[in-house]
Design a protein around this ligand. Structure first.
Ligand SMILES: *Cc1c(COP(=O)(O)O)cnc(C)c1O
Length: 362
C-alpha cells in the first residue's frame, strides 16, 4: 500500500459523534462539529452526520465549499471571523458565521440583502484567551449596531477559550457568558437562540457543572476526531482516540555511530544540533518529514525513538533492531500532526473499514 498514508477509521469517528451528541443532548447542548482539522474531508463529514451531527463548522470557506460540493447536507458555520474581502462567498457558502467586527457584519448584511437572504451572526466575546472576541464592555454597542441591519439576524453570542493562551473554560467563565447573554436579552428585549460556550476544552465544565446556565451550544473538533478533551488532553471515556494513524516506510536501516562526525554548523532548519554519544546504534530512516506531518505530534506505536526529522526524512533509533528496509512504522498523531498530515498532498488518505463495530452497536 502507498506510504506515507493516513489511515482513517470512519466507524470510530461515527461512534465518537454518537457518544458526544448523546452526552451533549442530555445536558441541553447542541453541537457544531468542527472539520478544520480534517480540511472538511467529506467522508468524515458524512460519518459525523451519520452519528447525529446536524451542523458543521469550519474556519475556511474552501473546506465548507468542499463539503457542500460533495453533497453534504447540514448547516454550515464559518467559525473564523470572515475576511471583509470575502463576504460574498461567506454569505453564499455559510448559513451562520462567528463575528467580532461590526464593520464586517455590515458588509455581510449588504451581501445577504443583495442575495435576498438572511445571514445568521454569532458575536464572539473576549473572555481572556485573547484571540478573537469583542471586549465584554463593548458587546452591547456591537449588538445595537447589528440589530439595525436588515440582512443579518443576531443568532446569539459565544466565546472561544483554551485555543491561544490556554485559558480554561471554567464554571465561572461560563457563568459570566450566561450573564452577558441575559444582560443583552434584557437590554434589547430579545431572546438569544444560541449561546455558544466553546470547544473540546469545555468537556470538564460540561460533565462537572450542575447547570449549563444559558449556554446551549458547543463547537467540537478534537474530541470528535481524537477522543480527547483539550485542557489536560485526557481521553474521554467511551471515545476512540486512535481513529487516525500515520504509516511510513523504512528506506534505510543501518548500524551507525550516534554522534555526528565532522565540523558542526547549522542543519536544514537553522539549528545547531548537539548530540549525546551513545555509541553505535541501529538507526532507521522513514520516508516521512516536515512536509508530511508536524513531528512534534507523532508517537511511534513501537519501540523506536525519534532522533530527528528533516523536510522528508524521519530518523529513528531502532532500539529493538526490529526494522528493515521496507518495514512500515505506525505512528499515533495529535491534533497538530493530524492537521498537517490532512493538509499535505504527499500523505495518502486511506479510509479503513469500521474497526469499532462494537461501538456502532452501542
Ligand atoms: C478550532 C475551533 C473550535 C474547535 O476546537 P476543538 O478544540 O477542536 O474542539 C471551536 N471554535 C473555534 C472558534 C475554533 O477556532
Amino acid at each position: 500500500m502507498a506510504s506515507p498514508r493516513l489511515e482513517i477509521d470512519l466507524g470510530a469517528i461515527h461512534s465518537n459523534a454518537r457518544r458526544i451528541v448523546a452526552l451533549c443532548r442530555s445536558k441541553g447542548i447542541r453541537i457544531t462539529a468542527v472539520t478544520k482539522g480534517v480540511c472538511g474531508e467529506p467522508r468524515i463529514a458524512a460519518a459525523l452526520i451519520a452519528g447525529g451531527i446536524r451542523s458543521l463548522g469550519d474556519s475556511r470557506l474552501a473546506n465548507i465549499h468542499r463539503m457542500r460540493r460533495a453533497g453534504i447536507e447540514a448547516e454550515f458555520m464559518l467559525i473564523r471571523p470572515p475576511r471583509a474581502s470575502m463576504v460574498d462567498r461567506v454569505v453564499a457558502l455559510a448559513d451562520v458565521s462567528l463575528n467580532t467586527e461590526a464593520s464586517v457584519v455590515r458588509l455581510l448584511s449588504d451581501q445577504a440583502m443583495r442575495r435576498g437572504k438572511i445571514h445568521d451572526v454569532i458575536l464572539m466575546v473576549e473572555m481572556g484567551d485573547l484571540r478573537e472576541g469583542i471586549m465584554p464592555d463593548r458587546l452591547s454597542d456591537t449588538v445595537e449596531a447589528i440589530l439595525a441591519l436588515e440582512g443579518v439576524r443576531l443568532r446569539g453570542i459565544g466565546t472561544n477559550l483554551a485555543c491561544f493562551n490556554g485559558v480554561i473554560p471554567t464554571v465561572a467563565k461560563m457563568k459570566e457568558l450566561s450573564q452577558l447573554a441575559e444582560a443583552i436579552e434584557q437590554r434589547y428585549n430579545l431572546r438569544l437562540e444560541c449561546v455558544s460556550g466553546g470547544n473540546s476544552a469545555n468537556y470538564e465544565w460540561l460533565t462537572l457543572s450542575e447547570t449549563t446556565g444559558r449556554v446551549n451550544h458547543l463547537r467540537i473538533g478534537e474530541a470528535l476526531l481524537l477522543g480527547r478533551e483539550t485542557v489536560h488532553r485526557e481521553p474521554i471515556r467511551g471515545l476512540v482516540t486512535d481513529a487516525f494513524r500515520l504509516i511510513g516506510e523504512v528506506i534505510e536501516a543501518k548500524t551507525k555511530p550516534s554522534r555526528p562526525f565532522g565540523e558542526i554548523g547549522q542543519n536544514a532548519f537553522g539549528d545547531v544540533p548537539s548530540v549525546l554519544d551513545q555509541g553505535r546504534m541501529r538507526r532507521a530512516i522513514v520516508a516521512l518529514g516536515e512536509q508530511d506531518v508536524d513531528p512534534r505530534g507523532i508517537h511511534p506505536q513501537t519501540a523506536v525513538n525519534i532522533l530527528g526529522v528533516s523536510s522528508d526524512q524521519l530518523v529513528l533509533h531502532d532500539t529493538q533492531a526490529a526494522l528493515s528496509v521496507g518495514s512500515e512504522v505506525t505512528l499515533d498523531i495529535d491534533y497538530r500532526a493530524l492537521l498537517r498530515a490532512m493538509t499535505s498532498p504527499y500523505v495518502e488518505k486511506v479510509f479503513v473499514a469500521a474497526s469499532h463495530e462494537d461501538f456502532l452497536m452501542a
